[in-house]
Design a protein around this ligand. Sequence first.
Ligand code: PLP
Length: 489
Amino acid sequence: MKKQELTTAHQLGDMPAEEFKKYGYELIDWIAEYFTTIEKYPVVPNIKTGDIKNKLPENPPSLPESFEKIFSDVDEKIIPGVTHWNHPNFMAYFNSTSSGPGILAELLSAALNTNGMLWKTSPSTTELERVTVDWMRQMLGLPEPFWGIIYDTASVSSMHGIAAAREEVSEYNFRHKGLTGKEKTPMLRLYASEQAHSSIEKGAILLGIGIDGVRKIPVDNEFRMIPEKLSKAISEDKANGWRPFCVVATVGTTSTTSIDPVEKIADVCEQEKLWLHVDAAHAGVTAMLPEMKYIFNGVERADSLVVNPHKWMFTPIDLSLFYTRKPDVLKRAFSLVPEYLKTAEDSSVENLMDYGIQLGRRFRALKLWFIIRYFGVNGIIERLREHIRLGQMFASWIDKHPDFERMAPTPFSTICFRAHPTRMNDEGMIEWLNEQLLQKINETGKLFISHTKLNEKFVLRVSISGLRTEERHVIDAWKLIQNKLKELL
Ligand code: PLP
C-alpha cells in the first residue's frame, strides 16, 4: 500500500491507547446491555442462508475504516444472524453459555497474547494451567494420579485419548512405522456404545483406525452400554484376528445423557488390558455435586477422561479438560522437539507442547481461573444443582401430561420426550406431529430446542444448563410447547 493511502487516523503501529480505551469502554457497555436485554432477541435468527454474506462486501477494504462503522455493522449486519447461545431460552443441544468473568478473561488473554508452547515462552501460562487443571481435578473428585491438560474441544481431547491408547500398543511401534504398508499389522479395534458421540469415530478416522475399526456396542433400554456385550465383542474380535486396544465409555451421552456402567466396563478393560477413555464432555462437571458423585463411579480406574467446562460451566467456548493417569504415554505419543525449541529448563519443567498435536497454546487457563474464583466452587455447584432441579421439574410435567411421553431417563437436566396424544397410535403420524411441533416451536424465535432419534423414533430434546435460565423460563417453555401442540392438533 502506498504511504499516502494511509489515513491520518492510522499511521504505522497499533490502535492508539486513547482510541482503544474509547472503543473498549463502548464495547464493554454494549456487552453489558446485551446481557441485560438479551430476552428481546429471537433465540434463533429468522433468516435464509446467504442473508448475512450478501450484506457484506466481497472484497476487503484497502483503506482503514473507523470503529464507529465497524460497530454499526456488528449491530446491523452480524447480530441479525447470530443464534443466541447465551439466551435463557436456548435449550437445544447443550446450553453452552458465557459469563462475565469468562469474557473478561478472554479479553485479557487476547491482550497478553502469550503462547504457552514451552514453559519458557510464558511461565505463567504453563503454571496457571497446571494449577487450574489440578483445581478442577479436585473439584471433580478425581484421585491424584490424574494429570490434566487443556485442549480446545472434546473431539480433540478424545482424539488424544485414543492416540495415547494406540501408543500403548507398543509391539507395533506405530509412532515410527506408521500404520500402512506392512503385511502383518493387525486391524486395531476400539469399542464404544451405540450412543457414543461421533467425535470418537472421527478420532479413529484421524488415527488410521478407520470407521471399521470402531465397534459399536449395544445399549440397554436406558441407553447404557451393556458390559456383557462388550466382553463378547472383544472375544469374537480376538478370535477373528483383530487387536482390541481401547474402550470409550460415556458419562452423559449426547442424545439422552445416559451413563455407561463405567465400573463394569473398567473390569473388562483391566481383564483385557485395554485403555479406558471416558467421555464426560457434557455432564462430567456435575460430578462436583455431592449428590452426583455416583456418576464417576469407576472413572478413577480410567486411563483418560474428558470434561468440557465450555459446555456446562459458563466458560466461553472453547475449553476442554483432558485427564490421564498416564501422561508419560501421551508424551511418548506426541513429544518431538526440534532444536529451536530446546531450552535450559527442559528437564525440570513441563512443556505443554509435548502433550499434544498443537505447538502454540493460548492462555485458556485464565478463564478457568477467573470463573472458579469469581463464582467459587460452591457458587458453581449451586448453579448446576438448580439446572438439575429445573430439568427434573420439566421431566415431571411431561410424565403427568396425557399427550406427552418421556422417551429416556433424565439423570441430569436434559429431557427427551415427544408428543403422543392419547388417541394417536400411528407411528408415522406421531413422527410427523413431532417434526411439525419442533419446527413450530423454533420458528417462534422464543425458544430453541433440538431433536434426536431413539429406537428409530423422532424425539424432542430440552436441555437446561444456561447460566441465565431461571424457573420462569422453563415454565414459559413448557407453556409454549403445550400451546403449539394444541394449535397443531
Ligand atoms: N462428547 C459428548 C458426549 C458430547 O455431547 C459432545 C458434543 O455435544 C462432544 C463429545 C463433542 O464436543 P466438542 O464440540 O467439544 O468437540
